[in-house]
Design a protein around this ligand. Structure first.
Ligand code: ADE
Length: 263
């Protein structure tokens, strides 16, 4: 996969040299290129921002340096039948999640435009639709100072789904959000630590029992921490074994949705 990132703080993206993403780059699985937006300015002060029309606080990123930067990225793009996807991190975007990470992991070329200040002149975003599939994306309902941290998060979430990036692909199957549920709790040695014992079922050697226990812990945890995710599950599509165990654990199905047991 090819990834281009445009930012006024290219050093921010140095973290992409580390760990599994850094290794994937070394191995040639990920081709990540970071560009300094200021390279694409023409004035002596390398200006990238100006005051907002209509007034208001803060500064807005100028359209022209962005157009120059994105044209340069397009000119150097690997030949492909598909238009690159331009992700514009913004608190005003669609919220990033695991499903979106999977969708993006299937694409050939992602370009990230890191805005700062109050954002990028909207005309640059509209103009980019000629050459890119443009997607404003938010990390969540809070405001960062710029898109760089969001890009680090998205590149890691997307990159690890690409075959060859995570050593053992099985570890992707049983993690949080893989099936719309949170992950079950995990434990390692010693089995007794500071007076706390691990759940006895994990020492039983009974793999079916362990799998059932883990599955139920996923439902309990999701009900406790993310009732919104539990509400997204179509209970009528759950395997009969899940429904039986859920009923035994006190869950109910009302109108096709799972209802949490009272504590
Ligand atoms: N830039 C500023 N806030 C952001 C957010 N929540 N997600 C993505 N990019 C951002």
């Amino acid at each position: 996969m090819r990834i281009d990132v445009v930012s006024i703080f290219p050093e921010y993206l140095a973290a992409l040299d580390l760990s599994l993403i850094g290794k994937a780059r070394q191995d040639g699985v990920l081709d990540v290129r970071v560009h300094d937006l200021r390279t694409f300015t023409t004035d002596r002060h390398r200006t990238v921002d100006d005051t907002p029309y209509g007034g208001g606080a803060g500064m807005v990123m100028k359209a022209e340096p962005w157009a120059q930067a994105l044209e340069s990225v397009l000119a150097a793009a690997p030949a492909s039948q598909h238009r690159p996807t331009l992700i514009v991190p913004s608190p005003a975007g669609a919220v990033f999640n695991q499903a979106m990470a999977h969708e993006l992991a299937g694409l050939e070329h992602l370009v990230f435009a890191c805005g700062r200040y109050e954002g990028i002149d909207e005309r640059a975003i509209d103009w980019a639709r000629d050459g890119f599939d443009v997607r404003p994306v938010s990390l969540g309902d809070y405001v960062l100072n710029g898109g760089e941290v969001a890009v680090l998060a998205m590149v890691e979430a997307v990159g690890r789904l690409i075959p060859g990036v995570v050593g053992n692909p099985e570890s992707l199957v049983e993690e949080s959000h893989a099936d719309g549920l949170l992950e079950y709790p995990v434990y390692t040695k010693p089995s007794s630590w500071r007076g706390r014992d691990i759940p006895e079922v994990l020492l039983s050697g009974n793999h079916a029992r362990i799998a059932r226990w883990r599955r139920m812990e996923q439902f309990r945890r999701t009900a406790d921490r993310r009732p919104d995710l539990l509400g997204d599950i179509d209970a009528t599509s759950l395997p009969a074994a899940d429904l039986k165990a859920l009923r035994e654990a006190g869950f109910d199905v009302v109108g096709g949705r799972l209802m949490r047991p009272p504590h």
